[in-house]
Design a protein around this ligand. Sequence first.
Ligand code: WT7
Length: 656
Amino acid sequence: MSPEPSHNPAIEVYGLEDRTFPPPVEVACDALVTGNELHEEAETDYEGFWARQAGDLLTWHREWDTILEWDLPYARWFVGGRLNAAENCVDRHVAAGQGDKVAFHWEGEPGDTRTLTYADLQIEVCRFANVLKGLGVTKGDRVAIYLPMIPELPVAMLACARLGAPHSVVFGGFSSESLAGRIDDAEAKVLVTADGGWRRGKAVPLKDNADVALATTPSIEHVVVVRRTGEDVAMTEGRDQWYHDLVEGASADCPAEPMDAEDLLYLLYTSGTTARPKGIMHTTGGYLTQVAFTHKYVFDLHAHTDVYWCAADIGWVTGHSYIVYGPLVNGATSVMYEGSPDHPGRDRWWDIIERYKVSILYTAPTAVRTFMKWGTAEPAAHDLSSLRVLGSVGEPINPEAWMWYRQHIGGGTCPVVDTWWQTETGAIMISPLPGATTTKPGSATFPLPGVAAEVVDDAGQTVTQGGGYLTLTRPWPSMLRGIYGDPERYQETYWSRFEGRYFAGDGARIDDDGYFWLLGRVDDVMNVSGHRVSTAEVESALVDHPGVAESAVVGAKDEVTGQAIVAFVTLKGEQEASDGLGQELRRHVATKIGPTARPKTVIFTDDLPKTRSGKIMRRLLRDVAEGRDLGDTTTLADPAVVEEIRRRATEAPSED
Ligand code: WT7
């Protein structure tokens, strides 16, 4: 495949793909949407369209006065409306006679299982909400949650939502330091954690990590600890209490706090281009409307018959929107799985799909590529015929992986929906509708009804065909309402590059038929296995090591993880470069930030290529890391450095 000449050389465009797949008859025959009707309705009156969704999909205590107040870059949706998220996710289904319906088929990594009906969920959520109340949590207080993928995680989130206390879930793979930073930024009052969680047969010591964090988090007054692994943990008298002890005596009656549509539902921290993560703010009415709408239509949800499985972790936005809020608002039955896909064998997922008769699977390209590497024997040995719709999210899915997913998991017939969105957008923005859209492998196809996206060039001019920058041109209900405590950064990060437009940070191409093809991040954020990692964060962790003088980190294309982290490191005076030190630095980053941020390769070099103004030339380093030919190096302070780096790069040890 040769690069296509592009309108905008800042973004390289590869991968011309002309296979097309119309919706299969089996799906289209009773799909919720088979034509253009929703798109057309939304184009005529997009505010009215979203208002209809808000009314149809949610239960309100009080109807809104105004659909949208838009004062760029601040949007307020369903102004004056009142509702409660937990009530919409749980109580109203029970009240409607759906109490016996399964909300979660949960499966632990060791093979233990729990079934939670909507009625069970209601009891658990109310009890834990009363526990939080007893610990002094009231409307507006922030609660940090650092849990493995166990039922107590959605329960804790919904308990917070019931009280109107915004939650801040921190992914269990994050380190103590990352947890502490997030707790401090949000000034959380309570931390909910566990003794540990299971991952590849090992207990991940969450409470030990949390204890290190808690040494520097003055805002935390109470810690609630779920017993999961049974490992010994230290309990600090007066601060730490067991979840099961607290819940045992708690009443299952807890009225839901009626919240304003614009009240904060949660904070979720995501990496940016500086080392400090951003607390993305999501509010209640608009967010729930759009996650419910997209969950229903993008997956063509038939809530009474489908078994839905989003295999992400709730610690990321995918889990917030498509394990917790979207599916529960829609009254769906979900599978929730704690552990890794290769424990005890590489067929764990296929076994789960077969046993629970999963009909909708939502996962990431990095997982699909891993399964491709493992071969077709494992999925072929299981009955996957229950599957109807396959989803993909987190990074561009290459056509080979898309085709493999459709063929070997989807039996050659399931539509694949490649869904583009971000932590900031809260919900899916660009995606096919499985009963209506003709797909092309690797394309997220078109903006969803009610969403307006455009590709622009460097000057901000609309590109109708070719490559450029992806922007959103209208407010949408689930958009972020800001960065917690930092309005300037919000304005600067998302709204300053192109006037009047939200800039997503991604490159995109529009083809002759108007299909959108996502090209990845154009800034300094890497995407490793669908997780955003900022180069600056990894660099600051490396420089934190006593032996390191300077570092520059880039993401290089990687077959399995999408991008792999390559770190160029210069050492201090008497430090000697060695394999051992390389490994030590990789470990150091993993402890400081988390395993996702561990560099795959560390390249020691005597100097880093810089422009005359001292800015590190990342483009060039990326070229070196990807083994490409070097571009124009004339702005380098010392061209010899490049040769040196290139030589080192070919010798450097890397992880497999
Ligand atoms: C970034 C957002 C959205 C939940 C998971 C990641 C990339 C996401 C796609 C897709 C190409 C994608 C973008 C985006 N991305 N989905 N279907 N095709 N790229 O959330 O951590 O906020 O990352 O992930 O680069 O900006 P996130």
